[in-house]
Design a protein around this ligand. Structure first.
Ligand code: ZN
Length: 295
């Protein structure tokens, strides 16, 4: 159960003598009224599921101004959307987030406030994988040099934002059997590694991979773990990522629409066989792709 605890909102004066705007006073009233509906709230393509690896849709109050407030989670900017004359933060919740109370910093004009939101617990299954290429589990020092450079680039790509939302609900990028769900706690050759930040869809080498929604190609390349891969930005920091491809059919700067061919399934990078690894990102963190998919 999400409980948007608006009673714990802290209003901070940045300028001495500054008066709280109507925006905030109105917010306190409307938020209490709206919090009862928070559980079923979906906005745009986003589905509310406030768990690790999910999306928390957090009411920020009445939208009396046309300029949305600026919202950050830690240092990361968070998407803000208007719905029924209210502003909402659309927060991607990382898989490593602990259940409990978390805080958003909200700036509007000269005022800053902190809004609490709750994350519920969710347990994900464990998965053990045997990788024959031991270098892909314990990379050599010269591999680490390449991996570190790639990580710097991935961080830049994940920080990229297009100013407006381009996409609606996502379509599947590939029709195939789901072989590995989102969020699995993974062990490669019995060594713990990061949880599975996407879903794996089985497909033969060369099976077409399609854009799930309108987006911009931010990056393509051959990465150590991901193999040939593509990053798409769908606006406001909503991103999607395609790995282990045999072929890439787009280049950075291209605009793609839902259903456009972007690549082909392959077995490049750290894999046990050909498949598509598909991830969806929001504010630089991986979230469950099912929360964006059409029913
Ligand atoms: Zn995967």
């Amino acid at each position: 159960m999400i409980m948007l605890n608006f009673y714990t909102i802290l209003l901070q004066k940045i300028k001495p003598g500054f008066h709280y705007s109507c925006w905030f006073s109105a917010m306190l009233v409307t938020s209490v009224l709206n919090s009862a509906h928070a559980n079923t709230l979906n906005i745009g393509p986003f589905e509310h599921d406030p768990v690790p690896g999910g999306i928390a849709i957090v009411n920020l109050g009445i939208a009396t101004d046309t300029t949305p407030p600026t919202v950050t989670l830690g240092v990361r900017p968070v998407a803000v959307m208007e719905n029924n004359k209210q502003w909402y933060a659309i927060v991607g919740v990382s898989l490593s987030t602990k259940a409990g109370k978390h805080q958003l910093a909200v700036h509007s004009g000269d005022t800053k406030m902190i809004i609490d939101f709750d994350i519920e617990d969710k347990q994900y299954e464990e998965q053990r994988i045997v990788i024959k290429d031991k270098r892909k589990v314990n990379p050599a020092p010269y591999d680490m040099e390449r991996i570190n450079k790639e990580n710097v680039r991935i961080k830049e790509v994940k920080a990229y934002r297009y100013k407006e939302l381009l996409s609606d609900k996502f379509q599947m990028p590939l029709e195939g059997i789901l072989t590995s769900p989102f969020g699995l706690r993974r062990f490669f050759n019995d060594q713990p590694r990061r949880p599975h930040g996407g879903i794996d869809i089985a497909g033969d080498n060369g099976t077409p991979v399609y854009a799930p929604a309108t987006g911009l190609v931010v990056e393509t390349g051959d990465y150590f773990f991901n193999g040939n891969c593509i990053f798409l930005e769908h606006g406001l920091g909503l991103q999607s990522f395609y790995a282990h491809l045999s072929k890439i059919h787009v280049k950075p700067g291209d605009k793609v629409n839902a259903g456009d061919l972007i690549g082909e399934v392959g077995a490049t990078g750290r894999v046990t066989g050909p498949h598509l690894h598909w991830s969806v990102g929001l504010n630089g963190t991986w979230v469950d792709p099912n929360l964006l998919l059409e029913d």
